[in-house]
Structures are given as C-alpha cells and as structure tokens.
Design a protein around this ligand. Sequence first.
Ligand code: NAP
Length: 244
Amino acid sequence: MTRRVALITGASGGVGSALARAFAADGWTLALHCGAREARARRLAAELRRAGGKAEVFRADFRDLRRAQALVERVTSKLGRLDLLVNNAASMADYRDFLELSPAAWEEAFRVNVTAVFLLSREAFKAMKRRGGGRIINISSIAAKYGGSPKSLHHGASKAAVEAITAGLARFGAPHKILVNAIRLGVIDTDIHRRLKRDMKSRVRLIPLKRMGRPEEVARMAVFLAGPGGSFITGQVLPVTGGE
Ligand SMILES: NC(=O)c1ccc[n+]([C@@H]2O[C@H](COP(=O)([O-])OP(=O)(O)OC[C@H]3O[C@@H](n4cnc5c(N)ncnc54)[C@H](OP(=O)(O)O)[C@@H]3O)[C@@H](O)[C@H]2O)c1
C-alpha cells in the first residue's frame, strides 16, 4: 500500500510530538516541522525510524512568511505527495497582560498563528486539489471560545481566526474532496504551561473533568479525523477540552 504523507507543524512541541507518534503508529510517512528546536525534532524522527516509521525533518521559522509558504513545496519535493496537513505550530511569545501588549506582539501572534496557517493551507490545498483530495486539521484552542486569559488575548483572537479559516476552507474544499476541520484543545499537559509559569491548579478547577488533557488524547482525535472515521466530517470544530 502507498504510504500516506502527513505534514505536522510544530512537531518539536508537546502536542506535535504526540501527533507524530500517533500518525507514525497508524502507518503514515511524516514530514515533521520544527521552529527553533530542531534537535528535538531530529531525536523524534530517529525514534520513529527505529520503530519502523518514515519521517523527515523540515525547519522553518514562520515569523518569516516566505518560509511558511515554501514549506509545502519542500515536503512534496522530498516525499512525493501530501495527503494531510496538521496546522499545530503556534507562538505564545509575549504572554503578557493585554494592557501592556504591544502591536508588535499582537502582530507576531497573528503572523505565526494565522497568516502562516493560511499560507500553509493555501499551498496544501493546491497540492491536494491536484491529487483529487486531502485533509487539513487545524489545532485551535479553548481560548477562541473565552477570548483567552488577560495574558493571552492575542492568542485567543488568533485561534478564533483559525476556526473561521477552517469553516471557509471546508466549504471551498468540499467540491475537491478536501476535508477541513479544527480540534479545539482545552488545557493540555505540555511544557508550555511551565515555560509561561502559569498557575495550573486554579485553572484546572474550572475544567469539568478536573484534570489537564494529555497530548495523546488530542492525537487520537486527529488520527480519527484523518482516517476512515473522518470521511463524512468537514467544517467542524471538535472539542478535546474535558467538558469546557
Ligand atoms: N498545551 C495547551 O494547553 C494548549 C491549549 C490550547 C491550544 N494549544 C495549541 O496546541 C498547539 C501545540 O501547543 P503545545 O502545547 O504543544 O506547545 P509547544 O510545546 O510550545 O509547541 C509549540 C510548537 O510550535 C512551534 N512554533 C512556535 N513558534 C514558531 C515559529 N515562530 N515558527 C515555527 N514554529 C513555531 C514550536 O517549534 P519550536 O519549539 O521548534 O520552536 C513548537 O513545535 C498550539 O497550536 C497551541 O496553541 C495548546
């Protein structure tokens, strides 16, 4: 059987590496994108290859939009095709109170989390249209529903835009068998919360299931959406939020 090819952005991160492991276990060939942490992505690729998988690493800082736009072409040149794009990379730079947030910080969040997602999706869309179909999964956030915390207003707004892109692309993609969905993540246990020094105890109390989600729980939803179970699902925002 021909191996399907998935590009996972932000595969060097907590959710991204769980996505990569789950898709590798499901038999996909992987293009693992990373930003600054290339060594982590390379270690992950080596781990997946040792287990019999096929994975290549592609580095691109999405603050440079030309690098975002060129990524799909780099992947299809190297791996021959693209069946799935998972837009998972996102910047949480300048996690600070909105009263002190600068236009530059706001714009950086939108450049990486929205404009790069648009450009990647646009290029993937062209490649998928040529091949007669494909899937795009956008990683959104519960912040799109609440508007984020006072320190993540820019992040929440950017993820709301990602959900709107999902709705639009799903409509435009349907005639071409390109299915586009988003997964809205609740609080997921990755390094990001420690890096941002967030008080997770009080945040977890707000979650009906009273715990953080695990990256693997997000990955299982993504594998479902990308596989036969997702064949009649498009334009949806699927929550993996513990009830929020
Ligand atoms: N964890 C949560 O509670 C939570 C909740 C809601 C939504 N999410 C969403 O889940 C996704 C993954 O988050 P995570 O928790 O796994 O965070 P993470 O571990 O910090 O991963 C973020 C990923 O995005 C990449 N990235 C950041 N800035 C980039 C840039 N300028 N150019 C290219 N890549 C860049 C990082 O690459 P490098 O590290 O290589 O630079 C990393 O691979 C994000 O979309 C996030 O918004 C997470």
